[in-house]
Write a protein that binds this ligand. Structure first.
Ligand code: GCB
Length: 592
C-alpha cells in the first residue's frame, strides 16, 4: 500500500472496500476443530466504533504513522488506548449507548505466542456478525461473510513473540445479505462466539466425518477423512475402545474412507448414548464423543433407528435478555431443560446456525435438532453472490455439525414466496445439503397458500420433510380454514408444523378474544393441537416459540414493547404462560 499517499487516498477512494472483499474466507479454509485442544483468545479486546470505516480506508492495520519522507498519517486512532469490549459478547449488551448501533467496529488486542513445536497455527472465530475482516501483524488475512458460522485463518509464519490482531466487524443489514435487511429478530453485533488459537503439525486432519451407514441394519460405521500437508499417503487409525474397535483407514492423495462392522448402542432422546472416538494420523489426533443413529423417512413417516417417531418440539431463537446472541452454556442447558419439562424430544433452532455448543449439549441431553440457515423472507434470490453466500453458510454449518447425532434435519430457509428465482435458489441449496450429508433429512419452513388453504410449495419436491408455518387463529383469523387446509392437502411426505402461535404478554389476562392476552394464546394453542393431532401426515410440531425475544418490528407499547411475545415463557424465562402447559399436556398424551 502507498503510505505516503495514504492520507489523501483514504478520503477520496470510494472503492476502498474492493481490495478487502477480493480475499474471501470461506468453508474451504475450515479445519476440523472438534476434539482438539485450543487456546482462548477471548477476553477484553480494545474496541472502537468506526462508523465511516476509516480503519479500512486509511489502512490503520499497517500502523504507519509517518512515512520515510516525514509525511504523517493523521493520528486518528490509538489501538491500545481505546476502551475495551468483552469477547465474546454482543456490543449491544455491554453499554446502553451501543444498544442500537449497527455498523462498522474495530476490535484489536495483542497476545504473546511461543512456539511449542507446532508447524501450523490457525485462529478460529466461532462467529462474527455479519462480516469480519481479519488482520494479523500488519497482514490482511481475508473477509468472512455470514453472521452465524465459524471461520478460520492461518497464522503460520506470521506469529512473533508479541502479536497484534485486528478484526473489523460490521453488522450493517443489507438487501443482498443472508438474512436480508428485514427480519423478525434483533440484529446483534460483534465477535459473539469464542476466538481460539489452534496448534497443529505440518500434516493434519482437515476434515473428519463419521456416521452409521444408512440402511445397513445399524451395523456399519463409515469414516471419511481429509488430510492437509505433505504426508498425503498413509494410514489413519480409528479407535472406539468401548466397542473394542480399532480400524485402519487408508489415506491416498489426502483422502481416506472406510466402512467397519460395528453394533453400537443407538443414540436416541431416551438413550443419548455417546462413544469416545479417537482418530490418529501421523502426528495429529482427535478425541471426540459421538452418537450413532439413523434418521430417514418412509412415506409420510419419520423413522429414528427404524422406529416411527413424532417430533414433539418447540422453536427457539439464540438469545437471552442478558447476553443477546452470546448465550452461555448454562442458558443453552436451561432451554433444553425447559423443553424437556414440556415433554419435548426435539427443538427447532431458528432461524440461523446457533452456537455449535447447542448441538453438543443436545447430543448429551437427548434432544433432536432442526438446524437452519438464514434464508429468511425476501432474500435476493436472483443474485448469484447472495446464493454463494447462502451456500457457503450452509456448507460451514454442515461441516461444523455433521458428526452430531442430535442434528436430524438441515433447513434451507424460512417463509419465502414461491417464485421461479426462489425455487432455483433453494432447490440448489437442498441438493447441496444432500450432497454434503446424505445421512440427514433436508427441509425448509414453507409458506402455505393462504388463499386456497393448501400446502402447496414447489420446493417440496426437493425436501424430505415439508416444514409448514401457519398462524390460523392469529394472522389468519378464521381458525376453520386450518381444517380446510388439511382437507385440501395430500402431501406424500411427512409434514412438520414448523410454527404456529400467538402473542401474549406475560400476566396479561382477558378473554379468548382479547388479542395479546395469555387467554387468547392458550385458546389458540388448544384449538391447534386438537386439529393437528388428527392429521396422519403431521409428524412433528415446533410452535413459535419457547420464550419472548427482542424484535425491532414489535411496537405495541402494552403487549410487545419491542419484544415478540409469542413465547411460552417470558423473555427472562422466569414465568411460564398457560400455553406452556397446553403443550406439556399434549406432548405427554400423544404417541412417542
Ligand atoms: C413467522 C416467522 C418468525 C416470526 C413469526 C411471528 O412466520 O417465521 O420468524 O417471528 O412468524 O411472530 O410473526
Amino acid at each position: 500500500m502507498n503510505h505516503a499517499a495514504n492520507f489523501v487516498d483514504s478520503i477520496h477512494n470510494e472503492s476502498f472496500e474492493d481490495r478487502y472483499l477480493a480475499k474471501k474466507i470461506t468453508h474451504h479454509s475450515m479445519i476440523y476443530d472438534h476434539g482438539r485442544e485450543k487456546e482462548s483468545l477471548n477476553g477484553y479486546w480494545h474496541f472502537g466504533i468506526d462508523q465511516y470505516d476509516t480503519c479500512l480506508r486509511a489502512n490503520w492495520y499497517e500502523e504507519v504513522y509517518e512515512d520515510a519522507e516525514g509525511r504523517s498519517n493523521p493520528m486518528d486512532f490509538s489501538f491500545d488506548e481505546w476502551e475495551t469490549m468483552k469477547v465474546p459478547s454482543c456490543w449491544n449488551m455491554q453499554k446502553e449507548k451501543y444498544f442500537y448501533y449497527e455498523g462498522s467496529v474495530v476490535y484489536t488486542r495483542t497476545f504473546q505466542y511461543r512456539n511449542r513445536g507446532e508447524e501450523r497455527v490457525f485462529i478460529k472465530f466461532g462467529a462474527v456478525n455479519y462480516d469480519a475482516k481479519i488482520f494479523l501483524n500488519r497482514e490482511y488475512l481475508g473477509c468472512h461473510k455470514g453472521g452465524s458460522t465459524p471461520f478460520f485463518v492461518e497464522a503460520t509464519g506470521l506469529l512473533q513473540k508479541q502479536n497484534r490482531i485486528i478484526v473489523v466487524a460490521n453488522n450493517t443489514r443489507k438487501r443482498n445479505h443472508v438474512p436480508t435487511d428485514n427480519t423478525d429478530w434483533f440484529n446483534y453485533g460483534g465477535i459473539y462466539r469464542d476466538v481460539e488459537l489452534i496448534r497443529l503439525p505440518e500434516t493434519f486432519m482437515k476434515d473428519f466425518t463419521i456416521s452409521l451407514v444408512p440402511d445397513s441394519g445399524f451395523s456399519k460405521i463409515r469414516v471419511e477423512l481429509e488430510v492437509e500437508g505433505s504426508k498425503r499417503n498413509g494410514w489413519a487409525e480409528v479407535r472406539i475402545d468401548e466397542l473394542g474397535i480399532v480400524f485402519p483407514v487408508e489415506v491416498a492423495d489426502g483422502k481416506g474412507a472406510a466402512v467397519i462392522d460395528a453394533k453400537p448402542e443407538l443414540w436416541s432422546p431416551e438413550h443419548p448414548k455417546l462413544y469416545e472416538v479417537k482418530v490418529a494420523y501421523e502426528n495429529d489426533s482427535i478425541r471426540e464423543k459421538i452418537g450413532f443413529r439413523e434418521i430417514r423417512v418412509s412415506g409420510t413417516d419419520i423413522l429414528l433407528n427404524g422406529n416411527k417417531i413424532f417430533l414433539k418440539g418447540i422453536s427457539a431463537h439464540e438469545e437471552s435478555v442478558l447476553n443477546g446472541k452470546a448465550v452461555t452454556e448454562e442458558e443453552i442447558i436451561e432451554n433444553f431443560t425447559l423443553a424437556k419439562e414440556m415433554n419435548c424430544n426435539y427443538m427447532r433452532l431458528a432461524h440461523y446456525p446457533h452456537t455449535e455448543k447447542a448441538a453438543k449439549i443436545a447430543d448429551e441431553m437427548g434432544i433432536m435438532l432442526w438446524e437452519e440457515i438464514p434464508v429468511y423472507w425476501a432474500i435476493q434470490f436472483h443474485n448469484e453472490e447472495t446464493y454463494q453466500d447462502a451456500e457457503n453458510q450452509l456448507t460451514e454449518l454442515i461441516k461444523r455439525d455433521r458428526n452430531r447425532a442430535s442434528v436430524i434435519i438441515w433447513s434451507v430457509g424460512n417463509e419465502n414466496a414461491d417464485t421461479d428465482a426462489r425455487l432455483k435458489f433453494m432447490s440448489s441449496l437442498a441438493m447441496k445439503a444432500k450432497e454434503l450429508d446424505p445421512t440427514r433429512l433436508v427441509s425448509a419452513a414453507c409458506l402455505l397458500d393462504h388463499v386456497h388453504h393448501i400446502i402447496d410449495d414447489r420446493l417440496a419436491e426437493y425436501l424430505d420433510v415439508i416444514g409448514a408455518n401457519q398462524y390460523y387463529g392469529w394472522y389468519q383469523t378464521d381458525f376453520n380454514n386450518l381444517i380446510k387446509l388439511f382437507e385440501n392437502s395430500k402431501p406424500d411426505k411427512p409434514v412438520i408444523i414448523t410454527e404456529f402461535g400467538a402473542d401474549a404478554k406475560a400476566g396479561h389476562r382477558g378473554t379468548a378474544d382479547d388479542k395479546g392476552t395469555e387467554d387468547c394464546q392458550s385458546d389458540i394453542y388448544r384449538k391447534q393441537v386438537q386439529v393437528l393431532e388428527q392429521i396422519p401426515y403431521v409428524k412433528g410440531i415446533s410452535p413459535w416459540i419457547l420464550y419472548d425475544f427482542r424484535c425491532p418490528r414489535r411496537l405495541h407499547p402494552i403487549t410487545q414493547n419491542y419484544y415478540n411475545t409469542k413465547g411460552l415463557l417470558n423473555a427472562d424465562k422466569t414465568y411460564k404462560k398457560p400455553a406452556f402447559y397446553v403443550m406439556q399436556d399434549f406432548y405427554k398424551k400423544i404417541r412417542p
